[in-house]
Design a protein around this ligand. Structure first.
Ligand code: UD1
Ligand code: UDP
Length: 363
């Protein structure tokens, strides 16, 4: 079996790391990095820490308006797929890199497989929601992280070749958490103690590119009962600068460069609370049982809210303040995202489909 995997943005490196390792035990992988993320701290650090093999191709597409960026990726992915004629084109998540792969794959004779299929936030104003829907409908094979994701696909008529696998980020964090506790020095580096800080990330277009929303988020953080550690995405730093908010953020919070995965997981695990608009971070907070405050009005990871680990507040200062201090009574007995064996199920399902391998084959 030959699989061509498309990655491009930070969370896709985390997801692909665990699948790629399994995949390479029974098949060949051509790893394509679109170059959507190119800064060392958004890309190389993940390849190093997670021992991801060097990409066979780095397409160097970099940043740009959605249409231009996606079109450049399509133009660059197509010849790679034509040249290698892989059995499977494997896509992750909901970025423009995912959509570009789906468009190329759906026009070639290749099985398009989507990891993290079936997620819906029902907010079609977010580019990621459109990327998810289009990719799921272009895919030949959908790997759903939860039963709800399977139901979401069924509600849209996607029922064939849908596999419940559990979530690959759960696999990833199970592997990383102990390593992070043993090796990461970030708590000492920052001089902070477990349970005595809030970890914050912000990068959604709707939060960063609207000044009043970004300012409201800073207002909400300003009254947090603990210091706020804020590793900021470059787009967020650019906007803070542009809106004249950077000095304030540096003065009031521990504003940092984006962190490597192990340092980030260490902080996530040790934080009293997490405040984020990230999809992956909401889920990871749930996995390590750190209460999460989500700076959006809806989420595709709805199970984290139902279980009481996550509350949705949007870019609203009062609601952020309240959520950062309110008591929680979350349910620790739910496991909607599987058992940490998602990558194994994905690789088994692909092997069965392509090579007619026994589904019980140990990968
Ligand atoms: C992208 C994804 C988002 C995902 C996020 C993960 C889309 C539409 N968005 O958002 O779903 O949650 O990645 O982090 O695919 N930039 C740099 N250096 C880099 C990369 C980006 O400085 O290495 C800056 C550029 O100014 C760029 C901006 O960040 O314009 C946005 O980058 P882009 O990849 O378009 O979107 P993200 O916000 O990173
Ligand atoms: N992450 C990281 N360092 C950071 C912020 C996030 O390693 O400074 C990791 C985080 O643990 C998760 C992934 O990046 O695995 C989430 O990426 P992001 O929030 O950029 O994207 P999303 O999940 O929202 O698409």
């Amino acid at each position: 079996m030959q699989v061509c995997s498309i990655v491009g943005a930070r969370p896709q490196f985390v997801k692909a790391a665990v699948v790629s390792r399994k995949l390479r035990t029974i098949g060949d992988e051509i790893l394509v990095h679109t170059g959507q993320h190119y800064d060392e701290e958004l890309s190389d650090v993940f390849f190093d820490e997670l021992a991801i093999p060097d990409p066979d191709y780095n397409l160097g597409v970099r940043s740009g308006p959605h249409g231009e960026q996606t079109a450049n990726m399509i133009a660059a992915i197509e010849p790679v797929v034509e040249n290698h004629d892989p059995d499977v084109l494997l896509l992750y998540g909901d970025t423009n890199s995912t959509l570009a792969g789906a468009i190329v794959g759906s026009k070639c004779d290749v099985t398009v497989a989507h990891v993290e299929a079936g997620l819906r936030s029902d907010n079609r104003d977010m580019p990621e929601e459109i990327n998810r829907i289009l990719t799921d409908h272009a895919a030949d094979c959908c790997f759903a992280p939860s039963k709800r994701a399977v139901a979401n696909l069924a509600a849209e008529g996607v029922t064939e070749d849908v596999y419940w696998t559990g979530d690959v980020m759960y696999d990833a964090i199970l592997e990383a958490r102990d390593r992070a506790i043993e090796n990461a020095t970030i708590l000492d580096d920052l001089g902070i103690d477990p349970g005595e800080f809030v970890l914050a990330t912000v990068h959604r277009e709707g939060n960063t590119d609207v000044r009043s929303n970004l300012a409201a988020i800073l207002d909400g953080f300003a009254d947090a009962p603990h210091p706020v550690v804020f590793p900021a995405h470059p787009r967020t730093v650019d906007r803070l600068e542009e809106y004249g908010l950077r000095e304030r953020a540096e003065r009031e919070f521990e504003l940092l460069e984006p962190l490597g995965y192990l340092d980030f997981v260490r902080l996530l695990d040790a934080a009293e609370r997490v405040a984020t608009d990230s999809g992956g971070v909401q889920k990871e907070a749930f996995f390590v049982e750190t209460p999460c405050v989500t700076l959006r009005n809806e989420t595709e990871w709805t199970e984290t809210v139902d279980s009481g680990w996550n509350v949705l507040v949007g870019p609203n200062a009062d609601r952020i303040r309240t959520a950062l201090t309110a008591d929680r009574d979350p349910d620790s007995n739910v496991q909607p995202y599987g058992d940490g064996l998602a990558s194994r199920r994905i690789v088994s399902a692909l092997a069965q489909r392509v090579d007619d391998v026994d589904p019980e084959t140990d990968v």
